[in-house]
Ligand binder design. Structure first.
Ligand code: HEC
Ligand code: HEC
Length: 317
């Protein structure tokens, strides 16, 4: 199956190239209108390349290091991560799983306008939003080797996706408009989640926290009831995904998102032009907080982390 897809992809590239050559010979303007590269792109057959476990050139080594940072963010960059999460706590299967905010293909869509920030942002800023919000940590300097390793990995797993194109299963699937009941959610949590995430939501062993000082901040997308419900509906319980109904996913999401979690300084300036989603749990322009949880002081001080960067965070030469 893989081999066949690859062969077809190779044939498509070969025929696109020879068409290009042929049209160059006959009429050079024809090549422009035929757009051979977009004809070879098929989002349904495209597959992200896999990372070589024995990298042998500088780019592959950067990709390999980037993947290691994504899967061991907390251990690799303790000064930049507030809690016990890694990037792949949410971006499951090394950022490859559909409906778990996959990172494959994302690189092709940046720079991009984000209404939450009211600005066009490069991919480094998007990664830093996950550092400051989802990891309740602090910004990695954009020109640090570590950031460039992460970006190299993101670029690699988007190889072949044309600029601005989309891949199936992007983001977190939109949920039907329901409202969760947190008291039902508490019971579902005990039956389905406690054995891995612990009774106090702090996570057991390497399993990440769902609330409390070690979890994602109130400014993370996961702190929104609908976003959390979607992630849970498709991906949790980890060993039995898809067993909760939409309503049950909302109920358990309502329970989790009501619990205390780290603050996200500056969150009130999100959606500067208004239009915050209804479940944003804090006040923004024209929006009243939806079921706001108690916020906890940040365990790491963003300003301090940037000044006292770990020695390994150096400028890329
Ligand atoms: C608490 C969960 C969580 C953690 C941890 C997390 N992210 Fe995210 N990330 C998300 C969610 C949710 C989205 C938004 C998905 C959506 O709604 O499209 C997102 C979006 C992104 C995007 C943009 C994807 C796109 O399609 O535009 C990138 C890039 C990204 N994250 C990188 C990272 C990196 C790198 C890390 C670790 C430093 C990380 N994330 C940690 C939850 C998380
Ligand atoms: C069998 C163990 C297991 C069970 C049961 C389980 N999870 Fe998870 N959960 C995980 C693991 C492991 C991860 C991180 C994935 C990774 O690192 O690959 C995770 C990640 C998460 C995340 C994103 C990261 C974070 O810490 O916020 C959420 C949210 C989550 N689980 C919610 C739930 C909910 C709600 C339930 C119950 C319906 C549940 N989980 C049941 C193992 C489990």
């Amino acid at each position: 199956m893989h081999a066949r897809v690859r062969l077809l992809a190779a044939l498509a590239v070969v025929s696109a190239c020879s068409l290009q050559e042929a049209s160059n010979r006959v009429d050079s303007t024809a090549a422009v209108t035929q757009k051979p590269s977009s004809r070879a792109w098929n989002p349904n057959t495209w597959q992200a390349p896999t990372v070589d476990s024995t990298p042998d050139d500088p780019f592959e080594i950067a990709v390999y290091r980037g993947l290691a940072i994504l899967t061991h963010t907390h251990d690799s960059l303790p000064g930049y991560v507030g809690g016990n999460l890694n990037c792949t706590s949410c971006h499951l299967d090394e950022g490859r799983r559909v409906n778990a905010a996959p990172l494959v293909g994302a690189f092709a869509r940046y720079p991009k306008y984000m209404d939450r920030s009211g600005a066009v942002v490069p991919i480094e800023d998007r990664v830093n939003y996950c550092f400051t919000r989802s990891l309740a940590g602090s910004k990695l300097p954009p020109d640090s080797r570590e950031m460039q390793d992460i970006v190299a990995y993101l670029a690699f797993i988007s190889t072949g996706v044309p600029t601005g194109e989309h891949v199936p299963g992007e983001g977190l699937a939109k949920m039907p408009a329901l409202t969760g009941d947190s008291s039902k959610g508490r019971l579902l949590f005990v039956d389905n989640c406690v054995r891995c995430h612990g009774n106090n939501g702090a996570g057991l062993g390497p399993i990440p926290a769902l609330w409390g000082p070690q979890s994602f901040s109130i400014g993370a997308s996961m702190a929104r009831q609908e976003r959390a419900a979607s992630f849970i509906r498709h991906n949790m319980p980890f060993d039995r995904p898809g067993t909760l109904t939409d309503q049950q996913a909302y109920d358990v999401a309502a329970y989790i998102t009501a619990m205390p979690r780290p603050d996200s300084p500056g969150k009130e300036t999100d959606w500067p032009d208004g239009g915050a989603p209804p479940d944003a749990p804090y006040d923004t322009k024209g929006h009243k907080a939806f079921r706001p949880p108690k916020v906890l002081p940040r365990t790491n001080n963003p300003a301090a982390a940037i000044v006292a960067a770990p020695a390994s965070v150096s400028r890329t030469k």
